[in-house]
Write a protein that binds this ligand. Structure first.
Ligand code: T5A
Length: 223
């Protein structure tokens, strides 16, 4: 059995991750790929309970260490019960956020030590890393405005603008550190353009196209 591919979608608040998950799933299915769609924090019964604890605004103040450990506790469940079994059965896993979010939010946003995050990453994931990460990037005010239109803010969305600026910076640093894996998509353009850029990257992963292939008329959005 050929192992499946692991694709993650990342980016700050309201950049369009959820919107584009369905698009990517459909695109992969059109190419006869069996896809498991999931998210973090979450993806299993226990991990979804942890998600609720992390996002609810009404719980006691969560310490930075507790937040980091809860993220990885949820991830450990998710990997063991969803991600690894699916990949081992040849399915592709499409995940809304993964450990790059921890580097961005807990590292960049909460200022937790990167070496601590790396240690937990190795403990919980072993050698598991995404094959491809699509980083949707947009100026912070655009993402927040999109989220605001949707209604009430969760615990993370209620943070100050500087928190989100630090997250954006940390994500861009991750993209610089891992240019082979993380592909930057400009998310502050009309949705059809965002999706064209996403398709161009996925086509490379599918082996339908090389990196320099002029897959679509407006190819310039992918790093
Ligand atoms: N977290 C998570 C951590 O702190 N550490 C971690 O390790 C992990 C894994 C999870 C929270 O947990 C934190 C980060 C998060 O705060 P979440 O729900 O997964 O929460 O993440 P959110 O960013 O809150 O998800 P959102 O739903 O708010 O944002 P999305 O999914 O990026 O945006 P989406 O698709 O819902 O779009 C928002 C709106 O914009 C519109 C959409 O229609 C929608 O209305 N839109 C566009 N409009 C115009 N042009 C475009 N190109 C558009 N694309 C989307």
């Amino acid at each position: 059995m050929i192992r499946g591919k692991f694709i993650t979608l990342e980016g700050g608040e309201g950049v369009g991750k959820t919107t584009n998950m369905a698009f990517i799933k459909d695109y992969l299915q059109q190419h006869d790929i069996s896809v498991v769609v999931t998210r973090e924090p979450g993806g299993t019964e226990l991990a979804e309970k942890i998600r609720k604890l992390l996002l609810d605004n009404d719980s006691e103040t969560i310490s930075e260490q507790a937040e980091l450990l809860l993220m990885f506790a949820a991830r450990a469940q998710h990997i063991k019960h969803v991600i690894e079994p699916a990949l081992a059965h040849g399915k592709w896993v499409l995940c809304d956020r993964f450990t790059d979010a921890t580097y961005a939010y807990q590292g960049g946003g909460r200022n937790m030590k990167i070496s601590t995050i790396q240690w937990l990453e190795n403990l919980v994931q072993g050698t598991l890393r995404p094959d491809l990460t699509l980083l949707l990037d947009a100026p912070v005010d655009i993402g927040i405005e999109r989220v605001r239109k949707r209604g009430a803010f969760d615990r993370f969305e209620s943070e100050k603008v500087s928190f989100f600026e630090n997250i954006r910076r940390a994500y861009l640093l991750q993209a610089e550190l891992y240019p082979e894996r993380i592909k930057l998509i400009k998310a502050n353009q009309p949705l059809p353009d965002v999706q064209r850029a996403i398709t161009d990257v996925i086509r490379v992963l599918l082996g339908l196209c090389s990196l320099n292939c002029p897959a679509s008329p407006r190819h310039g959005s992918v790093k």
